[in-house]
Write a protein that binds this ligand. Structure first.
Ligand code: HGY
Ligand code: MN
Ligand code: MN
Length: 411
């Protein structure tokens, strides 16, 4: 097939990764570009600049998703390569960014070799994949693919009180292209694994079979502030204790259920947060995930039962707000097999695996053949400035992406 000997220019890809990592750079080699922040805008501008240099037709939709299209020999839905360039506050330079920049590298490699594919190829980055500032995560891609309503998402207020609409206007990325205007023929995402499996097994490529279910809940616990020294224990309505007990319960659910069940309390904010005052308010988040929907529901039920007991026993009020809820998603078996075969044909070790993290690809999976390519994370570390993937592994992943994209664009 055309392009059998085609390979990406790894130095060029690594240079773009480094150049984008300069935007929002933080100590330790990481990046902070929270969605719709000034740093996010600067990162967007840099990537759009590269899209334009490559001659892509760039569009920005009503929730700020950016799609650059390279024309094919024929018109019609493109093979889309995408991910995200927003990061968590302690982000690494590869999470999301690799998938977008590898897409640009695929396009530039094709151009370098004068190859025009039958179908157009699009490279995209989606707004607010992380969900760290505005929940839920995968917001932009879920709106793009019709799973979340645009107006409701524009009205979402983030952890700092800003709405998504205000954030988009502030960075100038509230586009006029209708959301979902670009339907994909197929969707591919290259991403760092963000976990320990590939490295532990000495495998270079992950052929991702799907994404586990995600349940994010924000809890507001209201008790009674009182004097830490004079208030008898039996008379306390301690929001801080309640929050801590929920965190311990979440860990207990994961330990007792075992398997793929994970649980994380990532945020706890106490008021008045003073050494000698019993907290009267706690705002916290509980992140539960499992590859099995029924087990995830069972974990959620155990959390709710504990909340009821706390209300009874501690005399606190607990208000729940769902921040995100996605069922497990399976990727297209044909694309998974294509990733696996391509990795082997390129001489790389490969294994099938689920994704523990959410990804934009899961928004596309119900609508078109979708797959993901993982490359190893050193130490299994991510959402941490120490996130790292070795250049040869990045080259391997990008070449698998190139070859699978070519196959899908010619089929
Ligand atoms: O939370 C996640 O799984 C992703 O990083 N948004
Ligand atoms: Mn990501
Ligand atoms: Mn992430």
């Amino acid at each position: 097939m055309a392009g059998d000997n085609l390979r990406v220019d790894l130095d060029r890809l690594m240079a773009r990764i480094a150049a984008l990592a300069e935007v929002g750079a933080i100590d330790g080699g990481g990046v902070c570009r929270l969605a719709l922040s000034a740093e996010d805008r600067a990162g967007r501008d840099r990537v759009v600049g590269w899209m334009r240099e490559l001659g892509l037709a760039v569009s920005v939709d009503a929730i700020g998703n950016v799609v650059g299209v390279r024309a094919g020999r024929e018109d019609g839905p493109p093979v889309m390569i995408g991910s995200h360039i927003d990061t968590v506050r302690t982000g690494g330079r590869y999470d999301g960014n690799l998938g977008v920049l590898a897409g640009l590298e695929v396009v530039q490699t094709l151009a370098d070799h004068g190859i025009t594919t039958r179908r157009p190829i699009a490279v995209a980055f989606f707004t607010n994949e992380e969900g760290a500032r505005f929940a839920p995560d995968m917001m932009g891609s879920m709106v793009h693919q019709g799973h979340l309503p645009l107006e409701e998402m524009l009205a979402v207020r983030g952890i700092d009180g800003t709405s998504v609409a205000e954030g988009l206007d502030a960075i100038g990325y509230r586009g006029d292209t209708p959301c979902g205007d670009v339907r994909a023929h197929a969707f591919l995402e290259l991403h760092v694994e963000q976990g320990p499996v590939l490295e532990r097994e000495g495998v270079t490529i992950g052929a991702v079979e799907g994404v586990q279910g995600i349940s994010w809940t924000e809890l507001t616990i209201e008790g009674v502030s009182n004097h830490a020294g004079t208030t008898p224990m039996r008379l306390r309505h301690d929001a801080g204790f309640a929050a801590a007990s929920i965190a311990v319960l979440a860990r207990g659910i994961a330990n007792e259920m075992g398997g793929d069940q994970v649980a994380t309390v990532g945020r706890i904010e106490l008021t008045p947060n003073l050494v000698n005052v019993i907290p009267n308010r706690a705002v916290m988040t509980v992140d539960l995930r499992n590859t099995d929907e029924e087990k995830l529901k069972a974990a959620e039920a155990r959390l709710l039962a504990h909340l009821d007991r706390l209300v009874e026993r501690e005399g606190v009020k607990i208000t729940r707000r769902s921040l995100a809820r996605f069922e497990p998603v399976a990727f297209d078996p044909g694309v998974v097999a294509m990733v696996e075969e391509t990795a082997r044909a390129l001489g790389h070790s490969v294994r099938r695996m689920p994704s523990g993290a959410g990804h934009d690809a899961q928004a596309f999976a119900p609508n078109c053949p979708t797959g993901m390519v993982f490359v190893p994370s050193v130490g299994g570390i991510s959402h941490n400035v120490r996130e790292h993937t070795e250049a040869p592994d990045i080259g391997a992943g990008a070449n698998v992406l190139l070859r699978v994209a070519l196959r899908l664009a010619e089929d």
